[in-house]
Unconditional design. Structure first.
Length: 627
């Protein structure tokens, strides 16, 4: 099952875990990882940097930016995911250096930048940060206020922070360590605005002194992720060499001519931003790995802890109670389903061509919103089922909850990302109506022709039938798209602009973005089920698929309200979910152990009892004194 789930680089993941366990820097105590969250902010930052340098000496990052290996993205992802399971700050800090700073140079730059910057970046001689976010722009990248003006006389760009809201804000690595930044700003050439572009800017020397006319401040202590030095940056008419413009999309000649093969500013902005979708892909995937971590801790705990819920003697494990099963196992099924969807997205991104850009944008936007919200919900529920134990820092759940709440805003606010998904679907649908051509791609063919027919049977075999489940998902997505089209068409016919019409339909837009994303997740799980040849694994995937689909039906009133399922089916689905949880319960430990997370990373809550052979065969009585 682990091979099916991870899909790639299992040996690389094991090597990283073994390397972590081999060094005192990673602070194992009696086989257990000691959390960093009890250290001061300065101690956490220092430790994160020491760990990166240790991994660098061991050759972990060799070839990350200088190799032409086409499978490198997946290999890097395996390393980041494994490091993140140990410590989120470490995973983020490494990803900032190699994915954001290094990736920007790779994909937005050309040979002159690759030759000058990539080797030193890979060897950590140059430490970079990614300066896009500003205090005032929110998720509106087009609206950033930092300005770069080309000066023909000096053949330099003059980079300026014109107001306080234009300060680069929350920039990981900027407060202490970064020597350089990829700075996003509005470009003006010969008085004409050319849109958002990116520049390589020196912000401090190797001794830590800020560069001339660059001001840097620390964002300060955070609720979590204090191993990452987030900072603020201001530029006071800083001179940037012309060659430091990342010019894969557009360039400026020495004599001040703006050069681009894409004359339209909107299309140029889209081409400029397309390579940066890797950040959303990475965040979406990492959120699922943290949901796996939380579920591993909580399911180990509830499979070994006895409590008096209904029995006077308190001799039943928590997870044997249907109420606890219903709290955790549907989340486990969703985590499995999203894991397969995320793996497919990673592979698509790793092998991407120009024709894949739109699909990657839609999937990464929808999945980033869906997966990070799922992760927040999962970690909160895992912490709750563990009671007061979930509040102890050594048990990791509280730390995970705090550190991953912020993921809903990384790489764009989730609601905004769902708006992008729904707007794209709407424009594609309306274009197909005008051209009288079917919609293609991303499994959208179900939007063409007649809607699927959904039966009214309440039998278990029918409710668990994949055709029934997929048809209901299709109906929900189809009707929401039709509803959004009607709402927008009516408002635009009454004189509203398209953006205003979309803004007033924000509820439908959010629902459609989620419906699209959840349907794509179901399709991924169905493909995994179809491709599996080992019968036991295939059967478990079928159970998880049914629990995923039916728990979604159970959660959203729209399925009953719009008649996709009948009232009797709705009642039967509740009973079916309970039954599926009971069937999956005996395999819950095996299913979370298939995540491949080493026991020491689960915290003392799970590890202490495992280490002392506390848990016994599922269903056998135990008491607190034996734990």
């Amino acid at each position: 099952m682990r091979k099916v789930l991870d899909g790639h680089d299992i040996g690389k993941r094991e090597a990283i875990y073994n390397l972590i366990a081999s060094s005192e820097l990673f602070q194992f105590k009696e086989g257990l990882v000691v959390p960093d969250c009890n250290k001061t902010m300065e101690e956490q930052r220092e430790m994160t940097l020491k760990r990166i340098k240790f991994l660098l000496k061991k050759g972990v990052f060799q070839g990350y930016l200088t190799s032409n290996n086409p499978g490198l993205f997946l290999s890097r992802a395996a390393v980041f995911e494994s490091l993140g399971n140990f410590d989120h700050s470490l995973g983020v800090k490494v990803s900032l250096q190699y994915n954001l700073w290094g990736g920007a140079i790779q994909f937005l730059g050309t040979k002159r930048h690759h030759d000058k910057w990539l080797k030193d970046t890979e060897e950590y001689v140059i430490r970079g940060c990614f300066a896009m976010s500003e205090l005032g722009h929110g998720s509106n990248v087009r609206g950033i206020e930092t300005v770069a003006t080309y000066d023909v006389s000096s053949e330099e760009f003059i980079l300026d922070t014109p107001c306080e809201s234009a300060q680069k804000y929350w920039i990981g690595g900027a407060a202490n360590d970064a020597t350089h930044a990829v700075v996003f700003s509005q470009l003006y050439v010969d008085g004409k605005h050319q849109g958002v572009h990116a520049f390589i800017v020196n912000i401090r020397d190797q001794q830590g002194t800020a560069a001339p006319r660059v001001r840097i401040a620390d964002c300060g202590h955070k609720l979590g992720l204090n191993g990452v030095d987030n900072g603020r940056i201001w530029f006071d008419r800083v001179c940037v060499p012309r060659e430091n413009l990342l010019n894969a999309v557009a360039d400026v000649s020495p004599d001040g001519r703006y050069i681009s093969n894409i004359p339209d500013l909107d299309k140029r902005f889209a081409a400029f931003m397309a390579p940066l979708t890797g950040g959303r892909v990475t965040i979406a995937i990492n959120s699922i790995y943290k949901a796996k971590l939380g579920l591993s801790i909580a399911i180990h705990f509830t499979s070994t802890c006895c409590a008096s819920v209904f029995e006077l003697d308190g001799s039943t494990f928590l997870l044997d109670h249907p109420s606890y099963q219903h709290r955790l196992l549907p989340l486990l099924a969703r985590t499995y389903a999203m894991s397969f969807a995320g793996k497919e997205l990673k592979c698509l991104y790793a092998k991407r061509t120009s024709t894949d850009i739109k699909d990657i944008h839609l999937l990464s936007s929808g999945y980033k919103a869906l997966f990070t919200w799922h992760n927040i919900r999962t970690l909160q529920e895992c912490g709750a089922v563990c009671g007061y134990q979930g509040q102890l820092s050594e048990n990791r759940l509280g730390q995970l909850m705090v550190e991953f709440d912020s993921q809903s805003t990384f790489e764009g606010d989730n609601t905004i990302l769902l708006q992008q998904v729904s707007k794209s679907l709407l424009l594609e649908y309306q274009s197909s109506l005008r051209k009288k051509k079917p919609i293609k791609g991303l499994g959208l063919e179900h939007l063409n022709g007649l809607p699927p027919v959904v039966g009214s049977s309440c039998e278990s075999c029918f409710l668990q039938d994949r055709s029934f489940q997929l048809s209901v998902f299709h109906l929900r997505e189809r009707d929401l798209l039709h509803q959004l089209s009607r709402e927008v068409s009516q408002r635009t016919s009454e004189g509203s602009s398209l953006n205003d019409a979309l803004s007033l339909s924000y509820r439908t837009i959010k629902d459609l973005g989620l419906a699209f994303s959840e349907r794509c997740v179901l399709n991924s799980l169905l493909r995994a089920e179809d491709n599996e040849v080992l019968l036991p694994v295939k059967l478990h995937l079928g159970l998880l698929r049914s629990l995923y689909a039916l728990s979604v039906f159970e959660e959203y009133p729209v399925f009953l309200r719009n008649g996709y399922v009948t009232p009797k089916q709705s009642q039967a689905i509740q009973q079916e979910v309970t039954g599926l949880c009971a069937r999956i319960r005996p395999h819950a430990l095996a299913l979370v152990e298939s995540f491949g997370i080493p026991k020491p990373l689960l915290g003392s809550l799970a590890f202490d009892w495992i280490n002392h052979n506390a848990w016994v065969k599922v269903g056998k009585s135990a008491n607190h004194s034996s734990l």
